[in-house]
Design a protein around this ligand. Structure first.
Ligand code: ATP
Ligand code: MG
Length: 389
């Protein structure tokens, strides 16, 4: 097999480990992606050194996953590289693993999920270890579980979701036995934690080549039935979304019939759930695209305005006329909220207004005037208007 170009920082880490008498290999997604001509920096390193030895050998480390034997090593440029002790997972219960060190590279590769993720490359000796024929599967473009797929999914049901993600991201098919085992294992999916499912869903949405393919896989595998029955069939809209636009919250709104329920179930953040709530609120869209109408609407829609515009563009395949106007308004920085008025509560007190509902009403009237005509937003003009009202 070919050599792959491993960054110098990674070579340095491997050298330090080997000079201290340990084995160290490049493993995981970066090796896979390098073979697919999609090189990136974040090589994972697997080593025979125990975590405490890794901590001792490198001056700058971060204990990123000590429980699983992972130490983050910072290079000169403060980039983090994950160094993980060869391990075997004993006593897996479908969610968590108890790990055992003191095992070989082969054992470590055997506990990995898919053959394409179970290759090891020695960047100094330029040697390969590929006990599960991952390189052949990369050529055949197949996602295939390492070992007995049913057993591997029982050990960790998240692997099912990971398999779907890799398939959708790489455009690979799923090996028939792996696919059958995934479909048969879906009754174990409910025991996954919502956080892990959410992370996979979001990551899958961001990386899928074709979102519809991901949707199809989630539905046909039974993952959607377990975690997201609101996930609708593939849609024309989702087919055309550019990779640069993969906002997982907005995509969940596009693809599911009850995004608020989905995001709550997945324990998304309050901010993320809030975005879905705002999108679901009945806020009539601007019926015209003149500046005053659009400014008034932007003022009411607040932070949700951009999400509304994007979602409509996805759904209809075109940008609504008002969205273009909205962009000009934003670029110009027209005042859209009370806070953006060129006048303060102190200014209003100086003309005899007391803080309270009365002052609030005056501010609303002033904002209304400024939404009609942004040039009015100067202190002098607003003060004289305030005297009138
Ligand atoms: P990417 O980072 O591009 O999503 P990756 O393959 O690097 O893909 P990671 O989650 O970073 O995925 O994990 C690194 C490696 O650890 C994987 O390639 C795989 O060998 C192994 N791995 C990760 N999660 C699991 C799991 N749940 N079960 C078995 N092996 C796993
Ligand atoms: Mg990775």
């Amino acid at each position: 097999m070919n050599k792959i170009a491993v960054p110098d920082e990674v070579l340095d880490i491997v050298r330090v480990l080997e000079r201290a008498g340990f084995e160290a290999w490049c493993v995981g997604g970066a090796v896979r992606d390098a073979l697919l001509d999609d090189p990136h920096m974040d090589y994972d390193i697997a080593t025979s050194a125990r975590p405490e030895e890794v901590l001792r050998l490198f001056p700058r480390t971060v204990p990123v996953g000590l429980r699983f034997g992972t130490v983050g090593v910072l290079d000169r440029r403060r980039q983090l590289h994950e160094v993980t002790t060869f391990r075997r997972d004993i006593a897996t219960d479908g969610r968590h693993a108890v790990v055992q060190y003191g095992v070989s590279l082969e054992d470590d590769l055997a506990r990995r999920d898919f053959t394409i993720n179970a290759l090891a490359y020695h960047p100094l000796r330029e040697e390969w270890r590929d006990p599960f024929n991952g390189a052949a599967d990369l050529t055949r473009r197949v996602v295939r579980a390492v070992g007995n797929p049913a057993q591997r999914f029982r050990e960790d049901y998240l692997r099912i979701l990971r398999g779907l993600r890799f398939s959708a991201r790489l455009g690979f098919t799923i090996d028939p036995a792996t696919w059958e085992a995934a479909r048969a294992a879906t009754d174990g999916l409910p025991q996954l934690s919502a956080e892990r499912v959410r992370d996979e869903w979001f990551k899958s949405l961001r990386t899928a080549r074709d979102i519809n393919e991901l949707v199809r896989l989630w539905r046909e595998s039974g993952v959607a039935a377990a975690w997201m029955p609101e996930l609708g069939p593939a849609s024309e809209a989702a087919g055309v979304i550019e990779p640069g636009e993969r906002d997982p919250v907005l995509l969940t709104c596009l693809l599911t019939s009850d995004p608020v329920a989905v995001l709550r179930r997945l324990k998304a953040s309050n901010q993320e759930i809030g975005r879905a709530v705002a999108l679901g609120e009945a806020l009539p869209l601007p019926d015209r695209s003149d500046e005053v109408t659009v400014r008034r609407w932007l003022s009411r829609a607040g932070a949700a305005a951009g999400d509304h515009a994007t979602l409509i563009r996805w759904r209809t395949g075109q940008r609504p006329a008002w969205a273009l106007v909205a962009e000009h308004i934003r670029q110009r920085g027209d005042a859209l909220t009370r806070d953006a008025l060129a006048i303060s509560g102190g200014d209003l007190r100086s003309i005899g207004l007391e803080p309270g509902p009365g002052m609030g009403m005056v501010l609303d009237r002033l904002l209304d005037r400024v939404l009609e005509d942004p040039t009015v937003n100067t202190r002098e003009q607003l003060l004289s208007l305030a005297r009138e009202v």
